[in-house]
Design a protein. Structure first.
Length: 322
């Protein structure tokens, strides 16, 4: 079970992306309910003392890399990728991987993982600004620039800025369950889950619209996922022609009504698989797919996995812990 977290920083590290790991793992939320543990959180560096940030500020880091030697999760904070990273950092990352610990990179931290050889033959991501450079420097690495984060075995890599939050919460879900991840996300006032395969650039990742009538319609649709919804019927609810509604809906959500509904049904199915003991037939009905064949089809299309595999992945750790 995930109990201890060590973040490695080197000179010229990025404060915001570093702070995403601090926010998820470095705050004691154990007294706020939701069974959130108090993580043993450490920040370490090759040469303890003041470490310069990209912003021109500096932070005093009293711990050396020995603080990462027994951590359940070692995170490589992003840094100026043209900066030299000491071999001692490479050794700490390799040692974490060798003992089976989780290893995560945020944004340009992926360059350190690649240099350490941890990404050879693996799929990973980084900020889209740097993806081609990472692929060019390390041809044995499979770089995907069109995702928020990637988990390949015990290695997790994420894109820039807020994608670091998504990656951290993903790992919390895997290790500690959806309820713990949701509690942390609620405290941070962020979405509890964005699928890693989601593109780094989308118009509206959350189910929101710019107009009040459409916003109200989306909320109603989410509350009635089990119903069939035609464009004509939905358009009538907001007093539009079907043609105008279809155009407005796509403009404001970035998807067709059918695609948007299916994405919400997948999210609902994920929630049910994580938090209930409903069988697959029941999950399919509750989520609005009606038939398990449709549930499996859309799960494979969106998440590249099956409902059964998803349930095992996100509930297995809790079952083992219990």
């Amino acid at each position: 079970m995930l109990k201890s977290v060590a973040v490695i920083v080197v000179p010229n590290f990025s404060i915001f992306e570093f702070a995403t790991a601090c926010e998820v793992f470095g705050i004691d939320r154990s007294g706020r309910g939701g069974n959130v543990p108090a993580f043993d959180f450490r920040v370490c560096t090759p040469e303890p003392g003041d470490v310069r940030m990209k912003s021109g500020l500096s932070m005093n880091v009293p711990l050396g890399l020995e603080a990462a030697a027994d951590a359940d999760l070692v995170i490589m904070a992003p840094y100026g990728r043209d900066n030299d990273v000491p071999e001692s950092v490479m050794e700490a990352l390799r040692a974490a991987d060798a003992r089976g610990a989780w290893v995560m990179s945020i944004c340009s931290g992926a360059f350190a993982l690649a240099r350490a050889g941890l990404l050879n033959g693996r799929r990973c991501t980084t900020h889209w600004h740097y993806s081609h450079e990472l692929a060019s420097r390390y041809p044995d690495v499979q770089v995907d620039e069109n995702v928020l984060y990637v988990q390949d075995g015990n290695i997790i890599s994420s894109a820039g800025t807020a994608a670091g939050i998504d990656a951290c919460l993903h790992l919390v879900r895997v290790e500690l369950g959806a309820n713990v991840a949701a509690t942390i996300a609620r405290d941070m006032v962020v979405p509890p889950h964005r699928d890693g395969g989601q593109a780094q650039f989308i118009d509206r990742p959350m189910p929101t619209c710019g107009s009040a009538p459409m916003e109200a319609l989306l909320r109603w649709m989410v509350q009635n996922l089990e119903q069939e919804h035609t464009v004509v019927e939905l358009a009538a609810r907001v007093h539009m022609s079907a043609r105008t509604f279809a155009r407005r809906f796509r403009s404001e959500t970035g998807a067709t009504p059918a695609a948007w509904l299916n994405s919400q049904r997948v999210l609902r199915a994920q929630e049910l698989l994580e938090s209930t003991d409903l069988n697959i037939d029941e999950v399919a009905r509750e989520a609005g797919f009606g038939h398990p064949v449709l549930l499996r089809h859309h799960f494979a299309k969106v998440l590249d996995t099956s409902p059964q595999s998803y349930r095992r992945a996100f509930r297995g750790q809790l079952a083992t812990a219990g």
